[in-house]
Every structure is written in structure tokens, then in C-alpha cells.
Design a protein around this ligand. Structure first.
Ligand code: AMP
Length: 282
């Protein structure tokens, strides 16, 4: 595996790959890699001759400085995991390499970045769009792979690619879960043993709401019951639990089993976790 921390050297290397006709797949990550990330690497390897994984904890997408400071940084084990999964190129730039001067560029995605995550994390998606644009410009991939785990992020990036005419194909890959259903996340390693047990509640609530929707219960009743139930759980604080249209995340009257997605954000102790479930899928 080739390792780069420098933009020019990476560009030179990738341009020689592209000249020899090899297609390039990009998997952007913030490191602390787990099987969710590896599933994206595997998907890229199936479609491309060269897979690039970027590893960069992007400061502009953190609206909580403590979350940025505490974000796990495990470069050496990430390098080994990537090596073992057959990744071809690791790009791990420093913050000054990516932001040589403070950026004043701000993205506005209309209603899409004001709802759900956007309501609770102002500026988050602007930071995501900024770093993803930089990565797309640096790597110029043919394909880029993201997880359904960050469903709203994928919708934002899809809009970014469409409107800014990035010439690449986007892929949204399924959520990889622990055996008890907890969605894998780099933040899970910050949960203590009791919190780890409590964290199962997100998936349990999503599954139970999906079941109720399929049985024809009204969303308002389901939502209220979930809010009540989560309110009684020690060490757990719900931020939002919503049903949205899976195509555009809009909130309208006609959302049901065929077109709905359930999305949740919840604090377990100090750790903010998110998860989602497409109502029609098993
Ligand atoms: P992150 O390092 O958290 O920024 O995530 C990098 C990429 O991995 C994003 O596209 C995420 O949506 C994706 N990802 C994170 N967790 C999972 C998971 N459990 N299953 C599948 N993809 C994931």
C-alpha cells in the first residue's frame, strides 16, 4: 500500500495510474476504522483497479470542539487494517495540508441541511461538503463510496455532485452492525461497558417502529410512544426520531412503508449516536 500525506505527490501517483487506464475508487473516512469502513473498501475493490482511502479528522464538520478533541485517532491500527483489506493507497493529510488557510467558503443546501442532523449540528454539512469537495478535486475518483449510516450526509453529497458536476459515480453502501444490532461507529469505542449495553436501544426502537408502521399504526402514535419510552431510560437522551421520505428526506403526508426511512439521534452518556432504517427493507 502506498501512503501519502502530501497532495502533489498523491496527484502525481494517481495520474500515472489513470494514464494506464486504471479506474480509481475513493473511500473517505475519519479513521478509527471498523468493518463498516472495510465494507466500503471491499465495494471499491470490486469495481476499481485502484482504491484510495482517505483518513482525515475534518475539523470544519465538528460543531462541538470537545467531540473533535475526543475523536479517536488510531493511525497505526488503521494502517494495518487497510493493508490487510487490500487498500492500494492511504491518503492521510495533516490539517494544514487540507486547510492551508482558514476557509471562508460556506455551503447552503436549502432545507436539506437544516433538518434532522442539520438542526442539531449547525454548520456540520457545510464542513462535510467542503472536505468532500477538496477530496474529490484532489483524487478525481471514478467512483466514491459512502455509508447509509450517514444517510443525510449521502443526500447532501449527492446534491453536491449533481450541482457542481463532479464527474464521478456515487455509491451508498448498507449499514454494518454489531451482532446485537448496534450500528458500527468509530464513536462506539468511547462507550463504557454500561453505555455499550444501553446503546442497543437505538436499533431496538427503529426495529419496533418499523414493525408498527408495517402493521398500520400511525407515525405520530409511534413517535410519541418512543419519546415516552426513551425518556424513562437512564443515561439516554433522545435528540430526534423522525420518519422521512427516503428519496429526498422531506417530511410530507404521504410517507409510508414503501417510501419511508426512520432516522434517530440519541446521546448515550456523552456520546452522540445516529442510526436509521429503511421501512421497506429487512
Ligand atoms: P466516518 O469515518 O465515520 O466519517 O465514516 C466514513 C464512511 O464510512 C462514511 O461514508 C460512513 O457513512 C461510512 N460508515 C460509517 N459507519 C458505517 C457502518 N456501520 N456501516 C457502513 N458504512 C459506515
Amino acid at each position: 500500500m502506498q501512503i501519502f500525506d502530501e497532495i502533489t505527490a498523491l496527484r502525481t501517483y494517481l495520474s500515472s495510474c489513470k494514464k494506464s487506464g486504471r479506474s480509481v475508487g475513493l473511500v473517505p473516512t475519519m479513521g478509527a476504522l471498523h468493518e463498516g469502513h472495510i465494507s466500503l473498501i471491499k465495494a471499491s475493490k470490486l469495481q476499481n483497479q485502484v482504491t484510495v482511502c482517505s483518513l482525515f479528522v475534518n475539523p470544519t464538520q465538528f460543531n462541538n470542539p470537545r467531540d473533535l478533541e475526543k475523536y479517536p485517532r488510531t493511525f497505526e491500527s488503521d494502517r494495518i487494517i487497510l493493508e490487510q483489506s487490500g487498500c492500494d493507497v492511504l491518503f492521510a493529510p495533516t490539517t494544514t495540508m487540507m486547510y492551508d488557510k482558514p476557509s471562508t467558503i460556506r455551503f447552503d443546501f436549502g432545507s436539506l441541511d437544516k433538518i434532522l442532523e442539520g438542526e442539531f449540528r449547525p454548520g456540520h454539512f457545510s464542513g462535510v461538503a467542503l472536505v468532500v469537495s477538496k477530496l474529490f478535486n484532489i483524487v478525481e475518483p471514478d467512483h466514491a463510496y459512502f455509508g447509509q449510516k450517514d444517510f443525510q450526509q449521502f443526500a447532501i453529497i449527492r446534491k453536491l455532485v449533481e450541482e457542481l458536476k463532479f464527474g464521478l459515480q456515487l455509491h451508498c453502501m448498507p449499514i454494518i452492525r454489531e451482532s446485537d444490532g448496534l450500528a458500527m461507529s468509530s464513536r462506539n469505542m468511547r462507550l463504557n461497558a454500561i453505555e455499550r449495553q444501553r446503546a442497543i436501544i437505538l436499533y431496538q426502537q427503529l426495529i419496533s417502529a418499523r414493525q408498527d408502521l408495517r402493521h398500520g399504526k400511525s407515525w405520530k402514535d409511534i413517535q410519541q410512544a418512543a419519546i415516552r419510552q426513551l425518556g424513562t431510560k437512564e443515561g439516554v437522551r433522545l435528540e430526534y426520531f423522525e420518519l422521512a421520505d427516503r428519496h429526498d428526506l422531506a417530511n410530507h403526508e404521504g410517507i409510508g412503508v414503501e417510501n419511508g426511512i426512520l432516522l434517530m439521534a440519541c446521546y448515550v452518556g456523552e456520546i452522540r449516536l445516529i442510526d436509521n432504517l429503511i421501512v421497506a427493507e429487512d
